[in-house]
Design a protein around this ligand. Structure first.
Ligand SMILES: C[S@@+](CC[C@H](N)C(=O)[O-])C[C@H]1O[C@@H](n2cnc3c(N)ncnc32)[C@H](O)[C@@H]1O
Length: 506
């Protein structure tokens, strides 16, 4: 695609360079992704059968084979509609797509928050019931014996499935129903005979222990397998930890076109899927980056998740200003390019999330975002006319590219001084001077002309008012009428504590 988002050529299978073109497009992006990834960062790459094998190979090259974590199998479609006919004709229809997972440093335990799926089957091992006074335990079957006299131990699995009363009983008493485990080997001497000891951890499991005189009984309670599930229904109940089989996302696909109130026919992903990938491996103020933002599902997922768990994750999305096809729904909805569509979705999501938080009297999460367009530098490159150096020098007295705004320059300085672009930028007017205060005074930028001691006084006052931990000050190089003004301003700011290396001119 060119810089305006027009496709330069269609990558057709018959073109002979189908896979090569795809690899040429992906390789530099994945290299860059690796460079940008935090040391403990995780990357997820969604792919179907067409390039799975090639993607695996270049990821092994770029990230290292030892950094491969898993291939998630996401059930994104069911055998329905056209697929039924295909299946009836003997084809193996596609139900899954894949998500390759790699880490930067090779760690495999990426799960910060575990994901759970609903477990409809009861595990017959959980067949013991502890009395209320916690003094004795018996088989669950015998507790229910009066109601169901013929029930055998093996029947309790089907009873859980088929008899609502039994299921309710089990669900309600999950903290008294347990199974016996025999793996950890606690020593008898520590535990008095006939006493029940709670909360012993071994190998990631929480045990209750009981010395019956012959040995230590190790109880695992059913309650530990209960909780909120992450499957489509999202209910509360018996659950199991999810592995690499991510099932039933085809159910989300039924509604995906409506998600975020934007129609995007070019591979929109269910927000629940992206949300769960992010939930799995991030928290606090982690940064989530998406190289192929499309309809900005990732932004919505991050904001939704922050609303749910109160964390402060940030997102960084990249999208070419690819033009919307004139026959597409996006174009008909008034969007010229995909970036506009993505922006609109982030706004929609923000408005909804704020409204929901207000309605529930919850703290309103930060739904603000900034949009940047990649461009050349705002500062002219020194490229003099060697035949007329004198004129070139005059031409470069004003070294900013024409047509750029002060804000453009401010953000370029932020990038160059390593300040986070999401830091708050305040434009302050003081004593007739304009000062940009970034990150509550971590960086002051004054792009005024005729900078002299008055500006130094303004900055001194601002520094005292905001008292940032560290600070930097940036002026235009040609803003000082005389060398003496520059020296005086630097000295005055030095007296206020500014390290001379943090006095910068551009
Ligand atoms: C499948 S879409 C991503 C959809 C997104 N996950 C969502 O839920 O909306 C892939 C995106 O990659 C972008 N893309 C395609 N070719 C590209 C290229 N050569 N360089 C950068 N982006 C490209 C497209 O503009 C498109 O928005």
């Amino acid at each position: 695609m060119d810089a305006e988002g027009r496709a330069l050529s269609a990558n057709t299978e018959s073109g002979g360079r189908y896979h090569t073109n795809w690899l040429n497009m992906m390789y530099p992006r994945l290299r860059l992704a690796r460079n940008l990834l935090a040391d403990d960062g995780v990357i997820f790459i969604s792919i179907d059968d067409n390039e799975y094998a090639n993607l695996r190979r270049i990821c092994d090259m770029i990230f290292g084979e030892n950094c491969f974590v898993a291939t998630l199998h996401v059930e994104l479609s069911a055998t329905q509609g056209m697929k039924v006919k295909a299946a009836q004709n003997g084809n193996i229809v596609k139900n899954a797509e894949y998500i390759l997972v790699y880490t930067r440093d090779g760690h495999k335990n990426i799960g910060v928050n575990l994901l759970y799926d609903y477990r409809p089957e009861y595990d017959s091992h959980y067949s013991y019931f502890l009395s209320k006074d916690k003094k004795s335990f018996q088989l669950l079957r015998s507790v229910y014996h009066e109601l169901y006299p013929n029930v055998k131990l093996k029947d309790i699995v089907s009873m859980y499935r088929e008899v609502p009363n039994f299921k309710n009983f089990v669900d309600e008493h999950r903290d008294r129903i347990f199974r016996i485990d025999k793996t950890t080997g606690f020593s008898m001497e520590k535990f008095e005979r006939g006493v029940i000891y709670n909360d012993y951890f071994a190998k990631g499991k929480k045990y209750t222990l009981y010395n019956d005189g012959h040995g230590i009984q190790q109880f695992l309670f059913l309650g530990a397998s209960f909780g909120k599930c992450d499957d489509f229904a999202g209910g509360f109940g018996l659950r199991k930890i999810r592995g690499d089989w991510w099932k039933e996302f085809y159910k989300d696909m039924g509604n995906v076109s409506k998600e975020g109130n934007v129609v995007f026919e070019n591979g929109k992903k269910p927000v629940r899927l992206i949300k769960q990938l992010i939930k799995l491996c991030t928290n606090s103020d982690d940064i989530i980056m998406d190289f192929f933002s499309g309809s900005a599902t990732t932004a919505q997922a991050v904001m939704d998740l922050n609303k749910d768990d109160g964390e402060k994750r940030k997102f960084l999305l990249v999208q070419l200003p690819e033009l919307c096809n004139s026959t597409s729904s996006a174009f008909k909805a008034g969007f010229n390019n995909i970036c506009e569509l993505g922006e609109s979705r982030i706004c929609n999501a923000g408005v909804r999330i704020e409204k929901e938080a207000e309605e529930k009297n919850q703290e309103v999460p930060d739904t603000g975002f900034k949009v940047f367009r990649l461009d050349s530098s705002n500062i002219k490159r020194w490229n003099p006319d060697k035949k007329d150096l004198a004129q070139s020098l005059w031409d470069y007295v004003d070294n900013f590219v024409e047509g750029r705004t002060e804000e453009d320059v401010v953000y370029e300085i932020m990038l160059k001084t390593g300040i986070d672009l999401s830091c708050p930028v305040e434009k302050l007017e003081r004593d007739g001077h304009t000062v940009y205060s970034i990150g509550m005074g971590a960086l002051f930028i004054c792009l005024d002309d005729h900078v002299n001691e008055d500006v130094a006084k303004v900055l001194t006052a601002l520094h005292q008012e905001l008292s940032p931990e560290t600070w930097k000050v940036v002026f235009r190089d040609n803003a000082f009428d005389r060398d003496a003004d520059k020296t005086n301003v630097r000295e005055m700011l030095k007296c206020e504590g500014l390290d001379p290396v943090d006095f910068l001119t551009i």
